[in-house]
Design a protein around this ligand. Structure first.
Ligand code: NAD
Length: 314
């Protein structure tokens, strides 16, 4: 186990699921939960603590913002969640007001932590965290479309009858309705999707791929309509990013980062392939996109940017 401390701000569905995953993975030594609803954080810590006899040792407790001072990573899941039929962008101003309270409290003690953002609308909140914290942008990472990309990998794997580990698929742009599947970079077992489809022989093609993508794009709405929230897959997506940071893995992940010229985009946070390690975002990898993909990515950026400007953040 690595010597490290993760502070989770927001002990709701996503935050407490992440804490539970971290205990099972034995990835960190200390986990601290902070929530405006102190009783909720206390109840989660009590329940989580009782799982420790079945896990490897980890210190888990409720804390205050001073716990961020020596944290390795601060994960922010605090906020209002989507209600049925509500888009992620609808949440923007409500969650910005929450970030205006919590970001100054997180950085007050001069923390060296990486900030990992999970609150929706993800890209707007990532941008807000960068601006409100004044931290170097490489130290602020949004979970972005890592979850969406994993959903696409899962659906392609089921459809094609192969292990998700053999499927490489990337969704870029907004973690939301304008996200963009990058078919030009989608591979199964080293073959481009076109080539794999030809070998498979079931006659699938772009129409079927787009149907699968529509299920990815609408997944949160479908899940929220049935059970009110999504938390298991995002919980493990956050563990994936935390692992890349804590173990300095230099992993290529589709995460939301501040762009300053890459993909022809500036002063906006959205998901692109980025190398993530102990220092945060090490570099953005420019995939060679088709013209159509690039246009869709720019449209997605414009949608996020409009909200950022409307909120007075840029
Ligand atoms: P939730 O309502 O269960 O939990 C949110 C928690 O934040 C609550 O416990 C609440 O008390 C706390 N909170 C609110 N204001 C606070 C403040 N000022 N200070 C500290 N804590 C505060 O919601 P959830 O289902 O856990 O979702 C949390 C966020 O994560 C939402 O914005 C949701 O849309 C988002 N989300 C993102 C992804 C993703 O892929 N990035 C996936 C699922 C959910």
């Amino acid at each position: 186990m690595l010597k490290s401390k993760v502070v989770i701000v927001g002990a709701g569905y996503v935050g407490s699921t992440l804490a539970y995953n971290l205990i099972q993975r034995a990835l960190v030594e200390e986990i601290v939960l902070i929530d405006i609803n102190q009783a909720k954080a206390e109840g989660e810590v009590m329940d989580l603590s009782h799982s420790l006899p079945f896990a490897r040792p980890v210190e888990i407790r409720v804390g205050g913002y001073e716990e961020c001072n020596d944290a390795t990573v601060v994960v922010i899941t605090a906020g209002v969640a989507q209600k049925p039929g509500e888009t992620r962008l609808d949440l923007a101003s409500r969650n910005l007001a929450i970030y205006q309270q919590i970001i100054p409290a997180i950085i007050a003690g001069g923390t060296k932590a990486i900030l990992l953002i999970a609150t929706n609308p993800l890209d707007v909140m990532t941008y807000a965290a960068i601006r409100l914290s004044g931290l170097p942008p490489e130290r602020v990472i949004g979970s972005g479309t890592l979850l969406d990309s994993s959903r696409l990998r899962f659906l392609l794997s089921r459809h094609c009858g192969v292990d998700p580990a053999n499927v490489h698929a990337y969704i870029l742009g907004e973690h939301g309705d304008s996200e963009v599947p990058i078919w030009s970079a989608t591979h199964i077992a080293g073959m481009h999707l076109d080539e794999y489809c030809a070998i498979c022989g079931r006659g699938c093609g772009p129409r079927v791929w787009e149907e699968l993508f529509a299920k990815v794009r609408d997944a949160a709405y479908e899940i929220i309509a049935r059970k009110g929230a999504t938390y298991y897959a995002i919980g493990l997506a956050l563990v994936r990013i935390l692992t890349a940071i804590l173990r300095d893995e230099h992993s290529l992940l589709t995460v939301s980062v501040l762009l300053n010229g890459a993909y022809g985009l500036r002063d906006v946070a959205l998901s692109v392939p980025a190398i993530v390690g102990r220092q945060g975002v090490e570099r953005v990898i420019p995939f060679p996109l088709t013209q159509e993909e690039e246009e869709k990515l720019h449209r997605s950026a414009a949608i996020i940017r409009e909200v950022i400007v409307t909120l007075g953040l840029a």
